[in-house]
Write a protein that binds this ligand. Structure first.
Ligand code: B1M
Length: 210
């Protein structure tokens, strides 16, 4: 195996040892670092996103693919100046106040990073005030909120209201998701969009930020 297509295939199959070895070989052969990222690692992850959305790939497989991709990125990163790293924008993400579920949110983070977003993951149990402070500090283009409990989803509304009170609402796009969330709830609380899964969240952020 020696080509960028092969590298993409290794990412798709979640073969992180293979992806690591081939990335190193491509670097040693003088392949441009950005080509390795765009035409190899990210190209593979884009396919994963499409297949996951279509229900042809499942969570554990996506996690293996994301690991393969990030293993390669770690090798290439030191060779690229920060300003040249492809960046689709900055997304701040967290599981809302009172909620400790983060498996789905981590999947969203991985997919977004794979698509070239700089993702700042605030973690779980994030209060509206903490979201506001983080927006002031990181100035993201978008915020992602995750909730898995019907009792915590209302914290999304509180967060949006807190952003409005601070005059920050219009500076960011807001995407929400998680098992109890729906498009109508997003509309009700004034979010910019709802995504049912990690791939859709990534697509939505691309669309909203563009
Ligand atoms: Co909890 N839990 N849990 N739990 N838990 C659920 C959510 C529940 C549905 C189980 C049930 O009763 N059938 C239920 C909620 C009921 C409700 O409110 N309607 C529940 C409950 C009640 C609780 C506790 C209250 C239980 C208790 O203590 N009595 C408690 C609450 C703790 C708290 O948060 N304060 C609790 C605790 C836990 C654990 C800690 C044990 C553990 C979480 C571990 C962790 O996340 N680190 C846990 C788990 C694992 C689950 C289930 C079994 C699985 C959730 C999961 O990870 N799914 C869940 C039942 C179920 O869903 N079958 C359940 C896999 C994950 C990939 O999917 O998170 O949906 P999901 O993410 C999806 C999409 O939703 C979407 O993308 C992902 C896929 O691509 N998505 C986004 C998610 N975030 C997004 C953000 C976006 C866009 C898309 O944009 C930003």
């Amino acid at each position: 195996m020696s080509s960028l297509n092969d590298l993409a295939e290794l990412v798709i199959s979640g073969n992180y040892n293979g992806a690591k070895e081939l990335t190193q070989r491509l670097i040693d052969n003088g392949t441009e670092p950005l080509e390795i990222i765009n035409q190899g690692l990210m190209a593979g992850m884009n396919v994963v996103g499409v297949r996951f959305k279509a229900g042809d790939m499942f969570v554990p497989e996506v996690m293996m693919s994301a690991k393969a991709m990030s293993t390669g990125i770690e090798l290439v990163k030191p060779l690229i100046a920060d300003r040249d790293m492809p960046s689709a924008g900055t997304v701040l993400i967290g599981t809302v106040k009172g909620d400790l579920h983060d498996i789905g949110k981590k999947l969203v983070v991985m997919m977004m990073e794979s698509a070239g977003f700089k993702v700042i993951d605030l973690g779980v149990d994030i209060s509206p005030e903490a979201f506001v402070e983080a927006v002031k500090e990181h100035k993201p283009q978008a915020i992602g909120m995750s909730a898995l409990l019907t009792t915590t989803m209302l914290s999304m509304r509180d967060t949006i209201e807190a952003l409005e009170e601070e005059g920050l609402r219009d500076s960011v796009k807001i995407v929400i998701g998680g098992a109890p969330i729906s498009q109508s709830f997003a509309e009700e609380i004034g979010a910019d969009g709802y995504a049912p899964d990690a791939a859709a969240a990534t697509d939505l952020c691309k669309k909203l930020i563009a």
